[in-house]
Design a protein around this ligand. Structure first.
Ligand code: ZN
Length: 131
């Protein structure tokens, strides 16, 4: 699967986002280590702290399928000309399973930049702290 294929899956997921408050509905497409792609979208709530990000929705769906290793994650919003990078909480959630996952951060015009999670989140807090 090419980067563009994965991004297209994120674009499709964003169409289902529920984001009446921020208007920044996002879609995420998570490529698991076995090639399975799992998607998620923003699910906002009137109690804003109860909002679920697209990336977290995708991770939870993947784990429910028994997937715990991830290669790439594409994140997209049709309403932002900024490159959509995962928020701090999503970075932490991703780090639990794949600290070296590649992030494809997409703008509304389809252009994107790529990062390794580890580069956006150096010295991450991890399960190694419990060992
Ligand atoms: Zn987030």
């Amino acid at each position: 699967m090419t980067d563009r294929d994965l991004i297209n899956r994120a674009v499709e997921a964003a169409k289902n986002a529920y984001a009446p408050y921020s208007k920044l509905g996002m879609g995420a497409a998570l490529e698991c280590s076995d090639g399975t792609v799992v998607t998620g979208c923003t699910v906002e709530n009137a109690a804003l702290g109860s909002t679920i990000c697209a990336e977290q929705a995708a991770v939870c769906a993947a784990v429910a399928l028994g997937k715990r290793r991830f290669r790439r994650l594409a994140v997209y919003s049709g309403n932002s000309m900024a490159y959509c990078t995962p928020c701090g909480t999503c970075r932490q959630v991703l780090s639990e399973f794949s600290p070296d996952v590649e992030l494809l951060c997409v703008r509304s015009d389809g252009r994107y930049v790529s990062y390794k999670l580890r580069d956006l989140m150096p010295n991450m807090y991890s399960k190694e702290h419990f060992e």
